[in-house]
Design a protein around this ligand. Sequence first.
Ligand code: CA
Length: 650
Amino acid sequence: MKKVTRSVLLAMLLSQQVTAQDFCFDEMNYSAEQTTFRLFAPADAKKVVVRIYKEGEGGRPLKTVQMKLAADAVWSTTVAGNLGGRFYTFDMGHGETPGVFAKAVGVNGRRGAILKEPVMTGDWDRKRPVIKSPADLVVYELHHRDFSIARQDAKYPGKYLALTEPWAIRHLQELGVNAVHILPSYDYGSVDETRLDQPQYNWGYDPVNYNVPEGSYSTDPRDPACRIREFKQMVQALHKAGIAVILDVVYNHTYDIEHSNFQRTYPDYYYRKTTNGSQSVYSNGSGCGNETASEKPMMRRFMIESVKYWAKEFHIDGFRFDLMGVHDIVTMNEIRKALDEIDPTIFIYGEGWSAGACALPSERLGMKANIPQMPGIAAFSDDIRDALRGPFSDDTKCGWLGGSYGNKETESLKAGIAGMIEHPQIDYSKVNYSKVPYALEPTQMMSYVSCHDDMCLVDRLRASIPGITEEELIRLDLLAQTAVFTSQGVPFMLSGEELLRSKKGVHNSYESPDSINQLDWQNKLRYPQVFKYYQGLISLRRQHPAFRLGNADLVRKHLEFLDAPEGVVAYRLKNYAGRDGWRNIYVVLNSTRQEQQIAVPKAAYTVMCANGVIELRTRGLERFTGDKVTVAPQSALIMHDSQSNLAIYD
Ligand code: CA
């Protein structure tokens, strides 16, 4: 690092004039002869020590070594002897911590681990699945435990390794998804890794060690190498199957302030503060009691280094930023740039909102409305989600699926279908949340109707449509996903929706037992038509570039909405959109309880999807010649007028 005086450096750092490139966080460099430790901590700390332990928890330190101020805000020491297999903590007066950048830890992540040798470096395939455009992604969001805990033939239920098992890979491949988005899988705090014999459940939005895999998903959290190895084996197995791995990252807050590694190494540096009257208080834009300060050089650098580490060390293919609206725009763009240097196909998306008022003005934050300032970064579209299922604020209110046909629902659905871009046929003043098109490109929109948050689709349909029958439930479920998967945005689904998943009406299942959260694999046999339809939808999208044009101009050129009665949204993708093999593709979504008819140009049509059935073989479900088409109640119809296909069979 450059030699500047302590006061100058700290002033620069705190006034955010430096990019922090020359700083290091905590480091542990092991050799058989000696181990060097470094820590980023205030230069005026009274005393900074590193403690060496035999075990990852409990016991007295084998050694306590004082660290010296080596440079401004960097404390350092070298301990002689072979410390391989030992554990360590730093302590600068605010409690013990493995530091903010530990790469291996003991059980529950309380102590850093000194590994004698690196785990699976260089000896596994580095190839990422080839996904040319984010428009080609089909994202499947899963929680390790939900996915595999109730699977009878799972060898490693609830573990990373479940995703290496043939049944799991087969299911994902059969369904056709090409990206798995895993809920928080860094080391988090709410599951006690020493009590894994007892059922415990949490989503994991309570980060402890950002750069280490969570221990409870490994087969042995006490062995620091185990979680790293098994995580890598999971990525390797998914990559071999052509499936990308996207990590849910939660840099916007920590579980609490007092015990956080940030606070215990550099008190108050990493968090935003605000004023309450004359008092300075921690800002709470995350709704979890605090918010990190991405605009500060070292917090910004921490996020950049952390995603780079996951991308390089664990071959992660994408990042989903929790409450991206808490982070500043500059940081998000710097992260995009850093990942571009590794591999520009690494995908970034996030929640374009915060969960409370932040200590930075919203114009500076990674909000959905600011997506135009963040090229190459996508945001979830709550517009299409709530248009379909109803508002997030009230589970009992229905959306377009349940017969709410205001301008708001219809226009939001259309905007969602177009990928939230500017389109001559969409009036954004009528869209529910985004009053201007938020996406410059359709790949900046995540298209979805449900995720881990809120009710899953089945529960929401039940809660918002009184007296709904099972038949209707299935029809509307399939209709909803047809809108999602034929949208020009990037399609995203919650794991288990293909099995007609229910969480028994629980709205926020973040710590609910397995009985609520687990996937019921029997449903795959119980509702084969549901799985088959999801499969068909995904296949339709992957086979037909018209549904994933990936470019706003192409969408404006090829996507045309058609006149349709209330409760029906219809559009066509015209003139071999995206060089599709089909000339003009018609998609008609009917959420009413009646049959509906719409006018189409007189031509010979092949119907590929109707009344809850998709048939992608050339013949389709049916062929007809005419100038109108009838759509069954609460269902989607997809057809094309490509003559070449007809010529073969006529
Ligand atoms: Ca943990």
